[in-house]
Design a protein around this ligand. Structure first.
Ligand SMILES: Cc1ncc(COP(=O)(O)O)c(C=O)c1O
Length: 384
């Protein structure tokens, strides 16, 4: 059982707003805030490099925290500026040859889709969008039929940005591995709300962010690279963090996932990310997943009772992301009206989507977290 009163008391934002924009950026808990502010203060008072020296062990410890969070080894974690850059370092690091096939999901994130198009133009890869099954998730039958020797990569999201579905990433991983394809999972929206284990998922590469369900700071993310995949992909950029300059004609790459990092970063954000991972694990990812799933179910059921509202989520299994539209009301107007009552929701806007084509109808996205309450859900429904 989670002690929601204690958790809310540790979350200063809970006293200020009803926050249903956790898929955008969740409210950080006090230990994350204190960690980030504490390090910024130390930088201001003692100097940036000196503060980092003093925090050296804690900075190193962040890799261990993130590794435990996803069931990895600390040497398999790279800390990056955001989830997009983590995903990019994995994707662009694959030495594609013309004709290589890449399989992806219909609910894929826009930035990933643009990178696919870029690589199709630049390197001649062939991108194939797997159809959804009858529930709206990646079709495993279609994946099995599409997997062949020429599939270099399977790249899917765990939880999409604009829909409440959860993709069957473990089943996809088993099929991809059996076929000898690399497997990259965009776990940006799942880490922090679902229990994520890289061995269970069978992925080679996994990207995530700090600010969403993990409740960490903005401007930081991480990449998991399985040891066996380290030699199969190469960093697109090198600097004197990812490699060591050893002579006039030589350098040596780091032997762990930090070869995908760059030198300059914010130690305050890194420490905040580590604190967020520790906080989530102390609460328990299984308990978090249960509560988020339950609250999202309650919200969907309540929304379905509101005249004119249509819940848009698909998926046999669903996440904490709840999307809906309302007849005769533009989604942007709903967001604005709710904001006047200090209720945060968001419009999930895209210019194009594989699954809906051009100008998909904007949906309201109300994403719950474990610190939300049934009373807050009632408040949202009354306001609607
Ligand atoms: C599914 C998914 N992937 C990737 C991203 C990008 O994450 P970041 O903004 O940390 O780069 C997002 C952000 O909304 C997302 O929802």
């Amino acid at each position: 059982m989670l002690d929601i009163a204690v958790i809310r008391a540790e979350t200063p934002g809970c006293a200020e707003v009803v926050h249903f924009n956790n898929a955008g950026a969740a409210l950080p808990p006090r230990p994350v805030l204190d960690t980030v502010r504490g390090h910024l203060d130390a930088e201001a008072l003692t100097g940036g490099y000196e503060a980092a020296d003093a925090a050296m062990d804690r900075l190193a410890g962040c890799y261990g925290s993130l590794a435990r969070l996803v069931g990895a080894d600390p040497g398999e974690i790279a800390i990056t500026e955001n989830a997009t850059r983590a995903w990019d370092m994995a994707f662009y690091g694959i030495g594609f040859r013309a004709g290589d096939r890449v399989l992806t999901s219909a609910s894929e994130y826009g930035s990933n889709a643009i990178a696919f198009l870029h690589a199709a133009r630049d390197r001649g890869i062939k991108v194939e969008v797997l159809p959804d099954d009858e529930h709206g998730q990646v079709s495993l039958d279609a994946l099995e039929a599409a997997l062949d020797d020429d599939v270099r990569l399977v790249a899917v999201n765990h939880v999409p940005t604009h829909d409440g579905l959860v993709n069957p990433v473990a089943e996809i991983g088993r099929l991809a591995r059996a076929a000898g394809a690399l497997y990259l999972v965009d776990a940006c929206q799942s880490v922090g709300q679902l229990a994520v284990d890289v061995d269970e998922i069978c992925c080679d590469l996994l990207s995530a962010t700090g600010r969403k369900f993990l409740r960490g700071p903005r401007g930081i993310g991480f990449l998991y690279v399985r040891r066996t995949a380290l030699e199969l992909i190469a960093p697109t950029f090198l600097d004197d963090r990812s490699a060591e300059w050893t002579g006039p004609e030589s350098y040596e790459l780091r032997d762990d996932a930090r070869r995908f990092e760059s030198y300059e970063r914010s130690p305050a954000l890194q420490l905040g990310l580590g604190a967020a991972a520790e906080y989530a694990m102390a609460i328990g990812l299984d308990a978090i997943e249960r509560r988020v799933t339950e609250l999202a179910g309650t919200l969907r059921a309540a929304l379905a009772e509101v005249p004119g509202v249509t819940v848009r989520d698909r998926g046999a299994r669903r996440s904490g992301i709840v999307t809906f539209t309302r007849q005769d009301h533009a989604s942007a107007d709903i967001v604005e009206a709710l904001a006047h009552q200090k209720i945060n929701v968001r419009v999930s806007e895209q210019t194009y989507r594989y699954d809906e084509g051009a100008s998909p109808a904007p949906r309201v996205r109300a994403s719950v977290h474990y610190y939300n309450t049934e009373e807050e859900i009632s408040q949202l429904i009354r306001a609607l």
